[in-house]
Design a binder for this molecule. Structure first.
Ligand code: FMN
Length: 152
């Protein structure tokens, strides 16, 4: 079933970032969507085992960073290592969004969200957030579309 879903449901590729008092971190996520118009709200599905899962709950904020089509290596950097053991931001320039979430300077756009809810959904949690800060950083860049074979 999963092979059919991943070929026929279209996703982009994003870096979900967050900041707690002690730590910044980011992870790659494809399962991201808008879920409300007014207020503008996004969702991201994150497995409980991810380090980012606990950090977002602690922080109360997360940012969705949109990657461009030439940034598969950044998706791999943030998607195959855990921030529990690695500083994934070591060589990644970033700035802080209004509520402190790190934003990749090289992102196409970012959306910082205030965490509103989390719901259990099978083996993932759905985090919903209201967009509190957003900007297009690269006007003409094409977003990266998730293709299973690029990574797995
Ligand atoms: C292309 C790609 C897409 C991914 N999408 C998701 C996703 O939507 N949700 C999720 O929980 N993990 C996803 N992952 C896996 C996490 O990015 C990965 O487990 C990461 O190492 C977690 O980092 P952390 O432990 O620092 O939070 C994806 C990985 C890749 C490479």
């Amino acid at each position: 079933m999963q092979d059919i879903v991943s070929k026929a449901i279209v996703h982009g590729v994003y870096i979900i970032t967050t900041r707690t008092k002690e730590k910044i971190n980011g992870m790659t996520a494809a399962w991201v969507s808008q879920v409300s118009l007014k207020p503008t709200m996004l969702m991201v599905a994150i497995a409980p085992a991810r380090f980012t899962h606990g950090l977002i709950k602690e922080s109360g904020y997360f940012a969705v960073n949109t990657l461009s089509k030439n940034q598969i290596e950044i998706a791999k950097l943030f998607g195959f290592k855990s921030g529990r053991k690695h500083d994934k931001f070591q060589n990644i320039p970033y700035f802080d969004a209004s509520n402190g979430s790190p934003v990749l300077m090289d992102a196409v756009a970012y959306f910082e969200c205030k965490l509103i809810d989390d719901f259990k959904a099978g083996d993932h949690s759905i985090f919903t957030g209201t967009v509190t800060d957003a900007k297009i950083l690269k006007k003409d860049a094409e977003p990266l579309i998730f293709k299973w074979d690029d990574y797995f």
